[in-house]
Design a protein around this ligand. Structure first.
Ligand SMILES: NC(=O)c1ccc[n+]([C@@H]2O[C@H](COP(=O)([O-])OP(=O)(O)OC[C@H]3O[C@@H](n4cnc5c(N)ncnc54)[C@H](O)[C@@H]3O)[C@@H](O)[C@H]2O)c1
Length: 363
């Protein structure tokens, strides 16, 4: 193995612990610096994992950093990514790529022109769950895909997140927050989308923080909280999608793919290793499918590990900026279609990421 990729982490909130866990003690990745707007948080995390806490500017400018892992809130994604790319760093960013597709286009262009990699969450689709589903489709076990359904619904993230304000601001809401998992899985399995229609609305329900030091504080709602959409894939497959912060309970959550010979129950795309099930016209019953592709272990950060490997092997990385941009444009277009009661044609497309063979996480 060549030199390890030296990572500077920007944004040390709730999700950062999962990344630090996946990325610690590896030969191919080394975390060398951390930064956060909250300097005390950066000092504390830096001391815990034994690396320098820096200002965001210093981290981005540091010669010790090859790649910036951007785990800030959505409103800061494009700014931090753009500055890191301009400084010649590779970047891996949490989802969504940016608040708008036009900002996303700019990031993808800038990364390409600078010769650096731009990667984006979710990387959960690299786990054995979704990768096995993809393998089942590719080997024709459900025949030819005709349609798919994706539903994620919950009462709202303010019930569990200690700082849930950003989930109700542009860049989040159920579509921009949870949509990336479902849409990335749909595009990975069924290919790019060419046009969408949609509907988006919100209730009058007052939201307040339900846990942590901010308990009881109101959460202003500046996004649509119930979104439904129809996506037409280039292949002709139609996916119906519902993403909602308005649902107290549902029995319809998940992704199903409907083929000419059967139905595939795709595991939760926000998780790595959930079970896959198939129902075929031949068997007439639901049967579990053994995991046969994707990562057997690991967690958030696998997409960055794949990106570092792709740099070493001079190949495309899977959780790419292009894929994230396409997903971002789908989401933006669904809201546009909903607002205009029409259909929106997409201007971006993406290659279906290369399927991932059954893989142990190499350290
Ligand atoms: N919390 C989850 O379960 C979860 C799961 C998957 C993905 N994500 C994604 O991860 C990202 C972060 O979510 P979180 O839950 O960790 O949020 P958080 O609010 O807990 O943490 C965000 C951190 O980023 C810092 N920050 C914000 N703007 C910054 C800037 N301009 N420069 C430097 N630091 C800045 C904040 O001070 C904070 O420490 C979001 O994009 C979210 O969609 C979160």
């Amino acid at each position: 193995m060549g030199e390890s990729m030296k990572i500077g982490v920007v944004g040390l909130g709730k999700i950062s612990g999962q990344y630090l866990n996946t990325l610690s003690d590896r030969d191919d990745i080394e975390i060398v610096a951390v930064a956060d707007l909250d300097e005390l948080r950066a000092e504390t995390v830096g001391a815990e994992i034994g690396v320098s806490a820096m200002s965001v500017d210093d981290l981005i400018a540091s010669d010790a950093v090859d790649a910036v892992l951007n785990l800030t809130v959505p409103a800061a994604h494009a700014d931090i990514c753009g500055r890191a790319i301009a400084a010649g760093k590779h970047v891996f960013v949490e989802k969504p790529l940016a608040l708008s597709a036009s900002d996303g286009v700019e990031l993808v262009r800038a990364a390409r022109e600078s010769g650096v990699r731009l990667g984006c969450a979710p990387d959960t689709v690299l786990g054995a769950g979704v990768q096995t589903a993809l393998a089942v489709i590719d080997r024709g076990d459900i025949g030819v895909p005709v349609g798919a359904s994706a539903v994620w619904a919950a009462p709202g993230h303010e019930l569990w997140h200690p700082s849930p304000e950003f989930y109700y601001q542009p860049g989040a809401g159920p579509l921009f927050d949870m949509g990336p998992y479902y849409l990335t899985a749909l595009v990975s399995m069924l290919g790019p989308v060419v046009r969408v229609s949609g509907h988006a609305s919100r209730s009058e329900r007052q939201r307040e923080v339900a846990t942590g030091p901010k308990t009881g504080l109101p959460v202003p709602v500046d996004v649509e909280t119930h979104v439904t959409a129809v996506l037409e894939h280039a292949s002709g497959v139609a996916s119906t999608v519902t993403m909602s912060f308005e649902v107290w309970a549902t029995r319809m959550a998940g992704i199903e793919v409907y083929g000419t010979a059967g139905t595939l129950a795709v595991p939760d795309p926000n998780r790595f290793f959930d079970p896959v099930e198939i129902y075929t016209a031949d068997t007439g019953e639901w049967t579990p499918v053994d995991h046969c592709a994707g990562h057997r272990e690991g967690g958030r950060g696998l997409g960055l590990i794949d990106m570092a490997e792709a740099v070493r092997e001079d190949r495309e990385h899977r959780a790419s900026g292009e894929l994230a941009l396409h997903v971002l444009e789908i989401m933006e277009s669904v809201l546009k279609a909903g607002a205009g009661h029409g259909v929106v044609n997409l201007s971006t497309t993406t290659a279906r990421p290369a399927p991932l063979a059954w893989k142990e996480v190499a350290t």
